[in-house]
Design a binder for this molecule. Structure first.
Ligand code: FEO
Ligand code: CA
Ligand code: CA
Ligand code: CA
Length: 825
């Protein structure tokens, strides 16, 4: 960039791109100069910035000398996709004043936004290009008698590249973003979401969380709204935001921590904790000056909690194992819990995923005895409830109002006096959780639907592959527990693009999400892989199975882990989020860490190749795959319908100083070293961050590198499966030494940089953007999670504004580039 008149400049954040006074004036101008097509050489109106106001005052003046204006358009410049460009023209004439106009004459069409009164300054976002491309612009001035002069300038736009300086690792109690960026806190735990609800005192006294933001913000998705309040996937200024509330910082929710946390719990405390879980469906909007906020009194606002009525759909609807005292026909339920990552559908619904739901359930010793030797016993053990357990937070010890079983349902201990089919108690309630749940963000009257065809597991997220007309769509899902699997659901119904604009959104969900094939992944050492179908009656998935006698497809889906075991799926290092490159369709999966990976009893394989000791300067060392990795796969034939794939490992987490030959295999340095990747997301394909070579955003939820830095968000521009090499590493642990061959992608180098570091004791999770990519939303989960009211260990988000007091709160933040460009570019 050598020219001062073409430069990166200020954007008002896409609000008020036409000042209201100018709109009417421009209309007058357009009418008066209807022959401008002739005047300006046939430039299309769509690419022409309209005349400014000065032209009107000039009209009618008598200019006898009538010298033509003298104009400059600046010398040529260069930039890259997604960056904000400012064109500044200058014009002088004989003093009568004339109109000026910028117009594009060649190159990919951009939208010019007038940013000053005369129209001599315009801005635009450099378009997405796959190779260096010239855009030409004309600046024209005319005087009162119609004499015009035009000057031209050329801007060369190159493909998108990372456009920020890496943020340093930090243990400060604040969110850090790169120079030139701003982070704004938008929506915090406890914020009121209905008219008349009091501001959050944040001292443990607040109640009524069915009308407040929940805790532990996690996965989220931006659903656009237009000015009239109708769904609009292109809106950049207003949206219904769906935000998961995965869990709670229990101690901070009560005045002095929980009362008898390990004993009998007060009902009001339990109700508060229950309602802090679930989902927020909340209107977000840009206000004056472009700042984002949530709309407290929006009619879209809704909390979905573990108490909200839900329905079941798909193969397990009405199954015997879903029958409870509340739902004697097994078709409905109450609530969703531990909602972790998410997915979406192109028909504008939200997918929320139930992750660590098992922990909430109480199972008494009498139940362990009563169900010994049954299929239930096998299933409960495989999902982590094989022995007696009081359940998270001891919720079921509370005394609820008479007849209210909405919390007692978390006790699955069978009552021998009740019917054996489970319709008299809640012995089956645990089967009602572990599903992917579809929500219509635009219609609060619709009950969430649990989509049983996608299987039951510790669902981290459910991210779709590319939607192609006529092809069956797929959703990729990690089961987040140590040594669990990666799954893919492929719909039976080929995609029809017209369904994207249907108004009966959950009915479209019925069409695509209730019938299909659930597959589990097997990774081979040679870089190939198979999707193994979890289909009742095929292979070992029959009643003759010795471990678990599968009864039907519903039974297979509810016990997907047992089915995947039988099929010989590959045990992974804790599958977390999936993300799909919107250009290539390649799928990325975070494998956050695995402390059980070792040399002997749980040996490595090609897809989970590391077992080592990660030293810590404070606290104990971590063994196994301590820092995690990100694997990626390319479907055979690049289709979501494929039953085979090729894979490699995009990235290995590591501290920068660990052994480069065996641990820091991606060559990470001070600008990008990380541990425990978890959240994962590609830029949206509606803007330059998700086109050509999309940005990949990586969020961490780490305990292994926290002696050096708080958790973080990184941004990279990955290549493709197979862009690296094969490599044999040596793993060394106390149990011995072993070699392991694996497949590793090209080292990221400067194409991966740390973009954000969070406050103390937080996790960075949940991410989405406006369609134009000029705002990225991120969640800061559980800051200060190891503290309590008498030992507050983080004051975020108050600390973001310099106020280091008060209890910490999870929150959604909005990140913008100060000049208005696409975030990250
Ligand atoms: Fe809720 Fe696996 O993170
Ligand atoms: Ca997670
Ligand atoms: Ca995690
Ligand atoms: Ca978490």
């Amino acid at each position: 960039m050598t020219d001062t008149t073409i430069n990166f400049g200020y954007s008002d954040g896409d609000v008020d791109t036409n000042r209201s006074a100018n709109i009417s004036l421009n209309e007058i101008v357009a009418e008066r100069y209807s022959r401008r097509q002739t005047l300006f050489g046939g430039i299309g109106a769509a690419t022409m910035a309209l005349f400014g106001t000065s032209m009107l005052t000039a009209c009618g003046d008598d200019d006898t000398a009538n010298a033509a204006p003298v104009v400059t358009a600046g010398s040529s410049g260069a930039t890259s996709s997604g960056r904000l460009v400012t064109l500044t023209g200058t014009a002088t004439d004989d003093g009568t004043g004339g109109g000026v106009v910028w117009a594009q004459t060649s190159g990919p069409t951009v939208t010019l936004t007038v940013t000053n009164a005369t129209g001599s300054v315009v801005t635009f976002l450099a378009p997405s290009v796959s190779a260096a491309t010239d855009l030409k612009f004309q600046f024209t001035a005319r005087d009162a008698k119609g004499a015009t002069t035009t000057a031209e300038t050329t801007l060369t736009v190159s493909p998108a590249v990372l456009g920020f300086t890496a943020v340093a690792k930090s243990q400060a109690d604040i969110v850090s973003v790169p120079a030139g960026y701003t982070a704004t806190v938008v929506y915090r735990t406890g914020d009121p979401i209905a008219t008349g609800v009091s501001a959050y005192a944040n001292d443990g006294s607040d109640a009524g969380f069915s009308q407040r933001a929940g805790d532990h913000h996690d996965g989220m998705y931006y659903f656009g709204l237009n000015a009239a309040g109708s769904p609009d996937p292109t809106s950049n200024t207003r949206a219904v935001m769906c935000i998961n509330h995965e869990n709670i910082n229990q101690a901070y929710l009560h005045p002095a921590g929980a009362t008898s946390p390990g004993g009998v719990r007060p009902y009001d405390e339990v109700l508060k904790e229950v309602e802090c879980h679930g989902i927020s469906v909340i209107e977000f909007a840009q206000g004056t000056g472009g700042a984002w906020g949530y709309v407290q009194n929006s009619t879209f606002n809704r909390r979905i909690t573990p108490l909200t009525p839900t329905t079941f759909s798909g193969p397990a609807k009405g199954a015997a194992f879903l029958k409870t005292a509340f739902s004697t026909d097994g078709t409905k339920g109450r609530g969703t819990v531990n909602n972790c990552a998410n997915g979406y559908t192109p028909w504008s619904t939200y997918l929320t995923c139930e992750e660590n739901w098992v922990g909430y359930f109480r199972r008494d010793a009498s139940d362990v005895t009563a169900r010994a030797g049954t299929k239930d016993a096998v299933s409960l053990a495989r999902y982590g409830k094989g022995s007696a357990n009081g359940g998270s937070f001891n919720w079921t010890t509370a005394t609820a109002p008479a007849g209210d079983t909405s919390i007692a349902k978390f006790n699955i201990t069978l009552d021998p006096a009740k019917p054996a089919d489970g319709t008299g108690d809640f012995r089956n309630e645990i089967y009602q959780y572990g599903w992917v749940v579809e929500i219509d963000p635009y219609d609060k009257t619709q009950a969430p639907r649990k989509r049983t065809a996608l299987g039951r597991m510790n669902h981290e997220g459910a991210w779709p592959g590319k939607f192609i007309d006529g092809r069956k769509p797929a959703w990729y899902m990690g089961d987040d527990a140590t040594n669990e699997y990666l799954y893919k659901f492929v719909s039976n119904t080929p995609w029809a693009a017209a369904d994207a604009s249907a108004t009966s959104r959950l009915a479209i969900g019925d069409k695509y999400l209730d019938a299909g094939t659930l597959y589990v992944a097997k990774f081979n050492a040679d870089g190939s892989g198979q999707w193994l179908p979890l289909t009742f009656g095929s292979g070992p998935l029959t009643a003759a199975n010795a471990t678990y006698a599968f009864a039907d497809q519903a039974d297979v889906l509810a016990n997907a882990r047992l089915a995947a075991d039988a099929l010989g799926a590959t045990k992974m290092d804790r599958p977390e989020w999936t993300a799909v490159n919107p250009v290539t369709g390649e799928m990325y999966l975070t494998l956050t860490n695995n402390s059980t990976r070792n040399i002997t009893t749980n040996p490595t394989d090609a897809a989970n190749p590391r077992a080592y000791t990660d030293p810590k300067t404070t606290g104990g060392a971590t063994n196994g795959n301590a820092n995690g990795h990100i694997i990626r796969l390319k479907e055979t034939g690049d289709t979501t319908e494929a039953t085979g794939f090729a894979w490699d490992i995009y990235l290995f987490g590591s501290g920068k100083d660990l052994d480069p030959a065996n641990i820091n295999l991606s060559g990470l340095d001070d600008t990008n070293d990380l541990s425990s990747p978890d959240g994962l997301w590609f830029g949206r394909p509606q803007n330059a961050s998700g086109l050509v070579k999309p940005l990949l955003w990586i969020e961490t939820d780490d305990g292994a590198y926290t002696d050096v830095t708080n958790c973080m968000l990184l941004c990279g521009q990955p290549g493709t499966v197979g862009d690296g090499t094969t490599k044999t590493i040596t793993n060394s642990l106390s149990g011995g030494t072993a070699t392991q061959a694996t497949r590793i992608g090209a080292a990221p180098g400067a194409n991966l940089r740390r973009f954000l570091v969070g406050p103390k004791e937080c996790e960075i999770t949940g991410i989405d953007s406006t369609p134009d990519g000029r705002t990225v939303f991120v969640n800061i989960q559980h800051p200060g999670e190891n503290g309590n009211p008498s030992n507050i260990t983080s004051n975020w988000p108050q600390s973001q504004a310099g106020n280091a007091t008060g209890r910490p709160r999870s929150a959604t933040i909005a990140i913008t580039k100060n000049d208005g460009g696409v975030v990250g570019l």
